[in-house]
Design a protein around this ligand. Structure first.
Ligand code: UDP
Length: 380
């Protein structure tokens, strides 16, 4: 029984890798399809996570737009799915890859499973276009794999049927723990190195907000003369240009290319302080006993803010500087690793594979007999 597993960007690879492994362990037949939405970043996660796409659509183009990617996926994905004949298609998160593929599968009557369903800010422009993507996917989906109870409640409020929602935890935690184990990470927190880890890539912050965030980083470097910055710079030209302009020659700012996932996991584990607008980083850091200062106005991942792990610091210079200075003095975490994490226990993917097995097996023989390409989306 083939299950199409779709990836297009780095976080999709990180979060689908454990699902792929769990499907293999459950004796299903995952078929990894890459749209190549962000080809290089995708590889920087796929390779360390030991995954290779069975099909690579390589749809990335210079100056690509969400509409361009969506239209190419809608053109290329249906014949591929018709050839593979999957019993289900799994998409992850809120990318254009995930939305356009879910729509294509829905049009073909192939049931869609949505990994990391139910995250919401209810602000259509924040994050853009991800908020619209994930809301739309919810209505095309047979299985909503919600990472947390709150995500489930969001889906229920949108009248997604309760029997289609499964709280599984977030597969980001599965991947991080897998990688740390692979690297023989110590069972307790390592000594922190004196650097602030920075990751920034949100489209809605390009321009003045990004400049203000980086202004706070500049002030921080003045206030803390022993502090270093490690910044894996996202390849988006808007981010790169500003990073180069402000910090290219700064002796304590290390501008590096995006790190392969294995290196990033170690860099995260060793950081003293983290300032980021990344979703995945917010989910990963609690497992390492780290606080993320979230450089955004809002987050669709409030659980770790409510539990005191992470802090929203906004995008204005003065409050971010204050938060950085305070976090720099946070006492280090010395307890055992991994820490309890509101986003999961590292077993989300196994739960997903089990649910799919239970639900699909009864349909599978019948569908094969009838020669349909998959159990219909309306069958349950
Ligand atoms: N990540 C990585 N290398 C980097 C920066 C981030 O491997 O240089 C990983 C990180 O561990 C997390 C994921 O990429 O799993 C987050 O991706 P990103 O921030 O691009 O997207 P988001 O999570 O915000 O959708």
């Amino acid at each position: 029984m083939r299950i199409a597993v779709i990836v297009g960007t780095r976080p999709e690879a990180v979060k689908m890798a454990p699902v792929h492994r769990a499907l293999v362990a459950a004796k299903l037949e995952p078929v990894l399809i890459s749209t190549g939405q962000h080809l290089d970043l995708l590889r920087s996660a796929l390779v360390p996570l030991e995954l290779a796409p069975a099909y690579e659509l390589a749809l990335m183009m210079p100056n690509q737009t969400p509409n361009g990617i969506a239209s190419r996926i809608l053109e290329r994905m249906p014949p591929l799915l018709a050839e593979i004949k999957p019993a289900a298609v799994l998409v992850q998160g809120d990318t254009t890859t995930a939305f356009a593929t879910a729509l294509a599968a829905y049009h073909l009557g192939i049931p869609v499973g949505h990994v990391e369903a139910g995250l919401r800010t209810y602000d259509d422009l924040n994050p853009f276009p991800e908020e619209a993507n994930r809301q739309l996917i919810a209505h095309l989906t047979r299985w909503s794999f919600a990472p947390t109870e709150l995500a489930k409640q969001n889906l229920l409020a949108e009248r997604i049927a309760a029997q289609r929602i499964h709280v599984t935890g977030n597969t980001a935690v599965d991947s991080l723990l897998w990688m740390l184990e692979r690297q023989n990470a110590p069972a307790s927190a390592p000594e922190r190195a004196p650097y602030l880890l920075l990751t920034l890539h949100r489209r809605e912050s390009f321009g003045k907000p990004l400049r203000d965030i980086l202004g706070a980083v500049t002030d921080f470097l003045v206030a803390e003369p022993a502090a270093e910055i490690v910044w894996p710079v996202h390849p988006n030209p808007a981010v790169r240009a500003l990073a180069t302009e402000l910090f290219e020659h700064h002796p304590r700012v290390h501008l590096v290319a995006p790190l392969d996932y294995n290196l990033f996991a170690t860099t995260l584990a060793n950081a003293r302080t983290i300032l980021s607008d990344s979703g995945g980083v917010q989910e990963e850091a609690p497992s390492l006993g780290k606080r993320v200062l979230i450089a955004r106005e809002t987050t669709e991942r409030p659980e770790a803010v409510q539990s005191g792990h992470n802090t929203i610091v906004g995008r204005e210079r003065a409050p971010i500087l204050n938060a950085l200075l305070a976090a720099w003095q946070d006492p280090p975490y010395h307890g055992p690793l991994p820490c309890p994490n509101p986003y999961g226990d590292g077993h989300a993917a196994t739960r997903i594979a089990k649910i799919l097995t239970n639900d699909l097996l009864p349909w599978f023989d019948k569908a094969t007999e009838e020669g349909s390409i998959a159990p219909t989306v309306l069958a349950s």
